[in-house]
Ligand binder design. Sequence first.
Ligand SMILES: [Zn+2]
Length: 47
Amino acid sequence: MGYYCMRCKRHVEIDNKVYRGVRCPYCGYRAMRKERSEVIVKQVKAV
Ligand SMILES: [Zn+2]
């Protein structure tokens, strides 16, 4: 599952089982947001 930290905006991979006690490994912030809910990045391959 992809999340990002709401403080440092870093991408963090978190397993669903571990999520309840999750913390940003970079800054220690405890508010994480699901990547898909707001940040939608379409990756289009340039041919
Ligand atoms: Zn962070």
